[in-house]
Design a protein around this ligand. Structure first.
Ligand code: IPM
Ligand code: MG
Length: 397
């Protein structure tokens, strides 16, 4: 049958590409050392919808914090235009070539949300820009913290970011009108590097437990490899307890107030990580409050975990969009490039302004503050010499 032959050829090409990718991974690229760079180039990508607005606010906060470093020539901000759904639809690519060239000239990126079309949307069904950037820049670790001190929640998620159900997301096959097949890829080196990062993080922060989340009882081959690799690597960290859960029961246990406080560091394949981190962020105040770091050995990208909210734009509410998530991503960026004190300061101010004191509240409409007003509030809060004391007080509450 012709369809079968075509599908086989398609599958063959996918396998070849994955084998090439594994060969590159096995060479083991070195981690970039930001201390050796002058300047560290921070590329700012506004994205679509509310993206340019909230990202500009986050950039204003970062520029304020890094003012001296910019003057000293240690940091450079660069705006990258053109990663919009209109441009991507026009060139029918998730990342226009000229944008990718500019992106690769930067060391780290601060990125607003970008529209991800799905089948049936008015846009061509191109791949998500996030996912394409993660793969293109090999940003294999999606690191997502969720903290709700008052409820004893302190989780760090290590979501694998370049493989799993996402690796070949746009490359499934419609064999006939009735039969469609997608692919899931998990590789040994791809699993090793994310799992090792999770254990290293636990070790560095004196955390005695790392939990893997899979569905290895059903998805036996790929999730099976991830889990097997997890327990192999766990042996290298004798002081850390390793355990594993299935994604369904883990999703349930995150709402079990007695059980959930016991989880600390979680490591999981791509799609499970996508879903579980949205659920987790909800306890902290919603996806609008969570930041996300996409870490690779050469590049890193920090982004909001929510979407581009085209409805807000259509209804003229852009200026009321909450810049917390992308600003929190900015704090993670500061930590990552070697300014942990500044990152901590920004995180504390965001906690105070968004979770505790709430002198200004974002409602997404004219009943609440604008993004600009909120970031002014964050900057005023950071300027308070008693910032840390204030933050500590709230941690006890
Ligand atoms: C995320 C987002 C993306 C993802 C979308 C926008 C493609 O949900 O960063 O979690 O699925 O990874
Ligand atoms: Mg998601």
């Amino acid at each position: 049958m012709e369809q079968v032959q075509k599908a086989k050829e398609h599958f063959g090409k996918l396998i070849e590409k994955q084998l090439e990718r594994v060969a590159i991974m096995k060479k083991g690229e070195e981690w970039i050392d930001y201390k050796t760079l002058k300047p560290i180039i921070i590329g700012v990508i506004g994205g679509d919808g509310i993206g340019p607005h909230i990202t500009a606010e986050a950039q204003r906060v970062l520029e304020h914090l890094l003012e001296d470093e910019v003057k000293k020539g240690k940091i450079e901000f660069r705006t990258i235009e053109g990663l919009t759904i209109e441009r991507r639809a026009e060139v029918k690519k998730p990342i226009p070539d000229d944008v990718l060239v500019e992106v690769k000239k930067c060391h780290v990126l601060l990125k607003g949300p970008t529209t991800t079309p799905k089948r049936g949307d008015p846009w061509p069904n191109i791949e998500s820009a996030n996912v394409a950037l993660r793969k293109e820049l090999d940003l294999f670790a999606n690191v997502r913290p969720v903290r709700v001190p008052a409820q004893g929640i302190d989780w760090m998620f290590f979501r694998e970011n370049t493989e799993g159900a996402y690796a070949l997301g746009p490359f499934g096959v419609e064999i006939t009108e009735d039969v469609t097949i997608d692919f899931k890829v998990i590789t040994k080196p791809g699993s090793e590097r994310i799992i090792r990062l999770a254990f290293d993080y636990a070790k560095k922060n004196n955390i005695d437990r790392v939990t893997a989340v899979t569905k290895a009882n059903v998805i036996k081959t790929t999730d099976g490899l991830f889990l097997k690799t997890f327990y192999e690597i766990a042996k290298e960290y004798p002081g850390i307890n390793a355990d594993d859960w299935f994604i369904d029961i883990m999703t349930a246990k995150l709402v079990d107030t007695k059980r959930r406080t016991q989880f600390k560091v979680l490591v999981l394949p791509n799609l499970y990580g996508d879903i579980l981190t949205d659920e987790a962020a909800e306890f902290q105040g919603g996806v609008g409050t969570a930041g996300s770091a996409n870490i690779g050995k050469r590049y890193a990208m920090f982004e909001a975990i929510h979407g581009s909210a085209p409805r807000m734009v259509k209804e003229g509410r852009t200026k009321y969009a909450d810049p917390s998530s992308v600003t929190r991503a900015g704090a993670m960026l500061l930590n990552h490039i070697g300014y942990p004190e500044l990152g901590k300061k920004l995180e504390m101010a965001l906690d105070i302004c968004g979770q505790f004191e709430k002198k200004l509240v974002m409602t997404g409409r004219s009943t609440g503050a604008t993004g600009r007003e909120f970031c002014n509030y964050v900057m005023e809060t950071m300027a308070d010499p008693n910032l840390e004391k204030r933050w500590q007080e709230y941690q006890k509450a």
